[in-house]
Design a protein around this ligand. Structure first.
Ligand SMILES: [Zn+2]
Length: 511
């Protein structure tokens, strides 16, 4: 009898037997809350995005060098605060993307990675050692002979050799580790203008690129590695690679070599097939420095826009890599101000790309290569300046007595570093690297009279190091457009290559 009743209950319906307690309707004030409507529209956007075509004709890979999660959070708050908002509710352009994943960044020989090994993973699908560019982990760093037979080919080279157009943009030297890993093979990342043994330096590899007809758009810093010592450069082999690059296309394509932001603004991009812009001798300026000094350099958004304008003339599609190289450098110097301002400029570059592409045929990926040891600490009140000192407010909104002081009675900043050069007050100096002129000064300082929001303030650090270090936690990958829905979960960094291959359907062997 009991068994038969149980069977009957299973076959029929439990619900009518359970008395209704209370209908779970959501009250108006809940459904009309800004948090509620905002979440609703974001999920709706995601539903639209999930119906997009899987196959991408074009891929744009944005890499914020050293742009860890804490940098993203702090940069989004600063961007909102620069507009007069509290800041926490703001989102950077790519934080609106519907798909994201966490990325494990370690190198084959290091728990905390460097940019050469991490970009090799993204561009080739194979992780390798720190300091090594597109050479697999069987070879040792800086061993030219040992690197032979271990060279890896890149996603950019695959795209170029399949008839697509290709471009690279960086605010660092265009021969620096991240951009170099799109086109070069070198057992030593520092062989930018000369190399050991019969290995070829990175700048020479760029202008001699054997795949397709070479990289179509090259915009960034590092002119010194392409010109001779006599001309103010670094090359001792007498070669002027900028003129070699122009001669390569002479009479066949419209190739333009530029050295200033004004040159780029004046250029007719519709009549340009090949574009080489080397705007500074070494790295380009920090964005805040570029603005403050009126330097004749394009912004990263301007370089991104120009690159897309040239590349999208190819009906077969293109691959573009855009690196914000100096977020990393400012963190190394222990200066959050420039790291965050460069991250905001990077977000503007992504927005500029969004304005120009058709997402039904274009995949945009935004990621970092590794993190840094900057943290966001304490219990600052909502809207507290992200570059400021920690202030906690009571229930009435007024600052609590001594709420911004640590146990030693001194104030502290929301942002600080676990290691590095530590404290320096360079006031309105926007060049974060100026810090390297003084000795490391770590430990607690009395910041009572210091303007910690000034461009030249360098945050306190705990462990003294000659240069603040990378951090080993995961970084994020953000995706929108064709094939973006592949971007989910926690992935090895080498999977970024496979995501791009998967989204484009690019054959990885000759047809
Ligand atoms: Zn670095």
């Amino acid at each position: 009898m009991a068994k038969r009743l149980a069977r009957a209950l299973r076959a029929c319906c439990f619900f009518p037997l359970i008395p209704a307690v209370q209908a779970a309707d959501l009250p108006d004030y809940q459904r009309n809350s800004a948090w509620f409507t905002d979440g609703d529209s974001r999920v709706e956007t995601r539903a639209v995005e999930s119906r997009r075509d899987k196959t991408a004709k074009n891929v744009i890979l944005f890499v914020g060098d050293g742009m860890g999660i804490s940098t993203l959070t702090a940069a989004r708050i600063l961007e909102g605060q620069l507009r007069g908002e509290d800041g926490e509710e703001n989102t950077l352009s790519f934080e609106e993307f519907p798909y994201s994943a966490l990325i494990k960044t370690y190198n084959t020989n290091q728990q905390t990675p460097d940019s050469a090994g991490t970009m090799t993973a993204m561009m080739t699908g194979v992780k390798t050692r720190a300091g090594v560019i597109n050479i697999d982990s069987a070879a040792l760093r800086a061993d030219c002979a040992g690197s032979k037979g271990h060279e890896l080919n890149t996603f950019l080279e695959l795209m170029e050799s399949r008839g697509k157009s290709t471009g690279i943009v960086s605010t660092a030297r265009i021969t620096h580790a991240t951009p170099a890993a799109t086109y070069a093979r070198s057992p030593e990342r520092n062989w930018e203008y000369s190399a050991d043994g019969d290995c070829k330096d990175i700048a020479a590899q760029l202008v001699e690129m054997e795949f397709g007809d070479g990289i179509d758009v090259i915009l960034g810093g590092g002119r010194r590695n392409f010109i001779t010592t006599d001309a103010g450069g670094k090359r001792e082999d007498g070669r002027d690679l900028t003129s070699e690059w122009r001669q390569r296309y002479d009479g066949e394509q419209q190739a333009q070599y530029l050295q200033s932001g004004a040159d780029l603004s004046a250029l007719d991009l519709t009549a340009t097939d090949k574009l080489l812009g080397l705007f500074t001798s070494s790295h380009m300026s920090y964005d805040a420095d570029r603005v403050a000094t009126g330097a004749d350099e394009p912004s990263i958004a301007e370089m991104t826009s120009a690159a897309i304008d040239v590349l999208q003339k190819n009906d077969d599609g293109y691959f573009l890599m855009v690196e914000s190289g100096r977020i990393d450098h400012s963190h190394h110097a222990g200066n959050a101000y420039n790291a965050l301002h460069d991250a905001i400029a990077f977000s503007d570059a992504v927005a500029a790309a969004l304005d120009r592409v058709n997402l039904d045929e274009t995949l945009i990926l935004v990621t970092a290569d590794h993190s840094h040891v900057m943290t966001i600490a304490g219990y600052p009140t909502r809207g507290n300046p992200i570059l400021g000192k920690m202030v906690t407010n009571g229930a009435d909104g007024a600052p609590l007595a001594d709420a911004g002081a640590a146990a030693d009675g001194l104030p502290y900043t929301t942002l600080s570093y676990a290691n590095g050069l530590g404290y320096a007050d360079l006031d309105d100096e926007t060049d974060a690297d100026a810090r390297y002129d003084t000795a490391a000064d770590t430990g607690r300082k009395d910041l009572s009279a210091v303007d910690t929001q000034a461009p030249g303030f360098h945050q306190e650090a705990l462990v003294p190091l000659g240069s603040e270090s990378h951090a080993g936690e995961d970084i994020s990958l953000h995706a929108i457009g064709a094939g973006a829905r592949l971007v989910q979960g926690t992935l090895e960094q080498s999977a970024v290559f496979h995501l791009m291959v998967g989204a484009t359907g690019l054959p990885v062997t000759a047809e």
